[in-house]
Design a binder for this molecule. Sequence first.
Ligand SMILES: Cc1cc2nc3c(=O)[nH]c(=O)nc-3n(C[C@H](O)[C@H](O)[C@H](O)COP(=O)(O)OP(=O)(O)OC[C@H]3O[C@@H](n4cnc5c(N)ncnc54)[C@H](O)[C@@H]3O)c2cc1C
Length: 416
Amino acid sequence: MSETPTGTSSVVTTDCVVVGGGPAGLMLGLLLARRGVRVTVLEQHADFLRDFRGDTIHPSTQELLHELGLLERFLARPHEDLPQVTMAFSGRRLVLADFTRLPTRRRAIAFMPQWDFLDLLAAAGREHAGYELRMRTAGTALLRDGSRIAGVVADGPVGRVEIRAKLTVLADGRDSALRSAAGMRPVGGPSAIDVLWFRLPRSEGEQIPFMQAGDGALLSIPRGDFFQCAHIVRKGAWDGSAASLEALRRRVAALAPAFHDRMAPLRLDDIRLLSVRIEHLERWHRDGLLAIGDAAHAMSPAGGVGINLAIQDAVAAANALAPQLAHARPTEALLHRIQQRREPPARITQAFQRRLETVLVRLAEPGERVPVPVPLRIVQHLPVVRHVMGRFIGLGLRPEHIDHPAAASRTRAPRR
Ligand SMILES: Cc1cc2nc3c(=O)[nH]c(=O)nc-3n(C[C@H](O)[C@H](O)[C@H](O)COP(=O)(O)OP(=O)(O)OC[C@H]3O[C@@H](n4cnc5c(N)ncnc54)[C@H](O)[C@@H]3O)c2cc1C
């Protein structure tokens, strides 16, 4: 990277600028840098400590960490393993997905606060020459060279910087502002649900079923001394009134009696309404620009697979781009091939999420006692279906692999 001051702003030249330090952006930055590509990743926040990121690190992502030689470092961080996705449905324990027969080294979802996972990716990136991560730096505008996107304008602690690059990657999530600046508009019907996000205290080692359903639906993610809880509501149903808080307390206590006393001190200020969207871009690229992760296909939390898909996009993009980027600009045809590879898994997964939401929205209706849906009953009687679900959730539809794995990680996990 070279930096030249020009009047009020300086100019940096690099091979690739990635806007957004979430799972997609940090993974892409690391993968390009380890292949000798100069890459600058911009993250608008000072750290990764945003509590509304999901915490699920899937077996496929852990397999990629193994291929990168990072799995041991990952597992050394505090995490909890989930070998099966279980659910308490009106008090009945159901198994929804089973990861124990996956052809991967790790046969469990690891729950790890996402900031720890992102810290690991950032630290691994910084070990490579040519990698630069600028925190507290927001991409604010696109640079153009005729009709080609030639980089971004960034604002951060060092002031305004023009970052000129052969390729600009938007990994800035579902609210991407630069996507609009590039004239890219996501399409898709609104999601049927929203999520109420709040913390409840957890005693040491306390276990609660990950999902609880009946009159309502509740997810409880263990995060050390607290549970990060997600309560599903019908879109628009939460009005933030004292009455709705009281109703929330009652419903959560009925779903999870162990939480009854913990709900009482909860205040309106402790609850965040997370708006869920399922959208996609019809074209993920422009000349000089590519969108990946939620910027290309905003995922619902249903099934907890968005992080996984964002990572898989990054791997496919790095595999395709790394051989070229160090010496040439990627053509739009190459960018289109990345979209063609990753769009089908993303769209099929979104279709699955919409289907799942039809059940979730019924559960979200107060007072509605939803019987155990037929597909869930079938899953209980046919273990093979649980393993198929484990494959779908744990590996995704087109699991990617690192083109140039680390020397010690060249063998694939034994098949079972
Ligand atoms: C309520 C909710 C819960 C979810 N829970 C889960 C879950 O448990 N498991 C799961 O797999 N998926 C979950 N998802 C989906 C998942 O969060 C996303 O699919 C995933 O985070 C997408 O990763 P990403 O890297 O594409 O984008 P993001 O994670 O959104 O990261 C984008 C990054 O870009 C940064 N940024 C944005 N604009 C700029 C800018 N202009 N300049 C610099 N930086 C910028 C942001 O600060 C952010 O760090 C959930 C989604 C929702 C809505």
